[in-house]
Design a protein around this ligand. Structure first.
Ligand SMILES: *[C@@H]1O[C@H](CO)[C@@H](O)[C@H](O)[C@H]1NC(C)=O
Ligand SMILES: *[C@@H]1O[C@H](CO)[C@@H](O)[C@H](O)[C@H]1NC(C)=O
Ligand SMILES: *[C@@H]1O[C@H](CO)[C@@H](O)[C@H](O)[C@H]1NC(C)=O
Length: 484
């Protein structure tokens, strides 16, 4: 009963060349990339040097509460250095997640493109689907990366001038090593805007960093205390970690960047060895984050074609070449760029999953309290409000003043949106739109505020004090808080 051969061939050609995912569906095979999961726009954004481009995937807001012309845009950048933003897309905050089978997708109920347009870019050049024309084109520092991000944004705006993308408020977001990229790109954009005609400016309104590495010299000095007070190491091990941390700090102060990065590596590796944890990214996990399925999925020809990615590029979650090229950047600070953003009243959100042992809360507070900015005192004196989601569950803590907000996310490690999607979505929507506890008007409001006001204020630890005390000294203020 088979139809005549020519007809079969004709049907096969028609469906495979035009819409590959329908071909799979009509043959009864699993739908690899359902139409509703494909990006609104995706492909490559040209940047200098010649022939180079960064891969992007853009998802328009599905349920915005703002008019289309003013609906905010979020750019998400992954860490590493050298990890693909498609991990964020398909494992953390995009509209669809890759299932553990590596073949199918499921809708993410807490997607960040509910209220906002969401743009993922594979950066630095050499990361994910952004193959570098030659190894020499892989960036080695933040200035080059920031220039590439600005160039990619300009290419993105130019894709469809009628969409009015450029006029929409833009927020740079990212996690981990993006704690470097986000402030560096943000400050670069503000500097560039000053010299650009109005029609070519970028409407940057704020930056958000999750569990970021931003000012490593202060951050590297906090691991021993964090794990000691969690009960994960004993006093002797703590002293050993402190001594390794001191080496990293001294080498950083001496600007011996490669040696300093190696010294930090020794701290983390010793920490891993002593604690025996499955991952330092989350002390409550028995297994590392299961991101492997994302790679299985993205290396399928159907997935690459649906995303408009180059078929000849093998997608890797993190690029070794980029990681190596950036080695000398690891211990360098972008705290001045954060200061530059705050001084120009660009909003800054720093959030951390409370269970992260690499770039967690204590690590962030250690550099935050040393920020040179007029509003710092008021920020450090501000109340830390208890934050609950709509259903009354503890979501974390919110502290803010002026342009700066600090959010601690409960029930989460390093990859906050993957661990506590509901809280992460509520946070980003509240912060961008300026509502509730995250609002830019009067501090707080709602349950969190009332509950928090019943608590005695807790003195914030000054990173300056912390750094001056040195890794081998007793951390008086820190210990007082942690022992409560
Ligand atoms: C860019 O690509 C074109 C076409 O493949 C090639 O002719 C040219 O040499 C390339 N330029 C550089 C700088 O790689
Ligand atoms: C960053 O790297 C580029 C390219 O190698 C180089 O020209 C530039 O001087 C570097 N910038 C800094 C601040 O090191
Ligand atoms: C830690 O390192 C020691 C010495 O190299 C090794 O014997 C031990 O098995 C390691 N422990 C863990 C949990 O990795």
């Amino acid at each position: 009963m088979a139809p005549p051969l020519p007809l079969v061939v004709l049907v096969f050609l028609a469906v495979t060349t035009v819409v590959p995912h329908s071909a799979a569906a009509s043959a009864g095979a699993p739908v690899v990339f359902p139409k509703e999961a494909t990006p609104t726009k995706s492909g490559y954004l040209p940047i200098p040097p010649a022939n180079a481009s960064l891969f992007f995937a853009f998802y328009e807001a599905t349920d915005p509460v703002t008019p289309p012309a003013s609906t905010p845009l979020l750019l998400w950048l992954q860490g590493g250095p050298g990890c693909s933003s498609l991990v964020g897309n398909f494992f953390e905050l995009g509209p669809y997640f890759v299932n553990p089978d590596g073949e199918t997708l499921s809708r993410n109920p807490f997607a960040w493109n509910r209220r906002f347009g969401l743009l993922f870019i594979d950066s630095p050049l050499g990361t994910g689907f952004s193959a570098a024309p030659s190894p020499a084109d892989i960036p080695t520092n933040q200035s080059v990366i920031a220039a590439h991000i600005l160039a990619a944004l300009q290419s993105f705006y130019a894709l469809d001038p009628t969409l009015g993308l450029r006029a929409r408020p833009l927020f740079l977001t990212g996690e981990s090593y993006a704690g470097k990229y986000v402030p560096a790109a943000g400050a670069h954009i503000l500097d560039a805007n000053a010299a650009l005609p109005e029609a070519q400016r970028v409407n940057l309104r704020g930056v958000a960093i999750g569990n970021g590495l931003t000012h490593p010299v202060a951050q590297v000095a906090t691991h021993a205390d964090s794990v000691y007070f969690l009960g994960l190491v004993n006093a002797r091990q703590r002293r050993e970690l402190e001594s390794l941390q001191s080496e990293a700090v001294s080498l950083t102060r001496a600007e011996r960047w490669a040696a300093a990065a190696d010294a930090r590596g020794r701290v983390l590796s010793r920490l891993q060895n002593m604690t025996g944890l499955a991952t330092l990214y989350d002390y409550a996990k028995q297994r590392a984050y299961a991101t492997d399925a994302v790679g299985t999925f993205l290396n399928r020809a159907e997935a690459k074609s649906a995303l408009g990615a180059r078929g000849d590029v093998a997608w890797a979650e993190c690029s070794d070449a980029v990681f190596e090229a950036m080695h000398g950047d690891v211990m360098r600070s972008v705290r001045p760029q954060v200061e530059s953003l705050l001084r120009r009243a660009t909003r800054v959100l720093l959030y951390q999953g409370v269970r992260d042992l690499r770039d967690g809360v204590v690590s962030t507070e250690a550099w935050l309290a040393g920020v040179r900015w007029d509003g710092l005192r008021a920020f450090l004196d501000a109340q830390r409000a208890v934050w609950r989601t709509g259903d009354g569950e503890l979501a974390g803590y919110v502290q803010r003043s002026g342009a700066l907000a600090h959010v601690v996310v409960y029930g989460a490690g390093h990859l906050v949106p993957a661990d506590n999607g509901r809280a992460a979505q509520e946070m980003i929507e509240g912060w961008v739109l300026g509502t509730g506890l995250f609002g830019s008007g009067s501090q707080g409001g709602g349950n969190g505020r009332r509950r928090a006001s019943l608590m005695p204020p807790v003195a914030a630890v000054s990173a300056v004090e912390y750094e001056q005390a040195g890794p081998n000294a007793k951390c008086v203020a820190q210990c007082r808080i942690l022992l409560r």
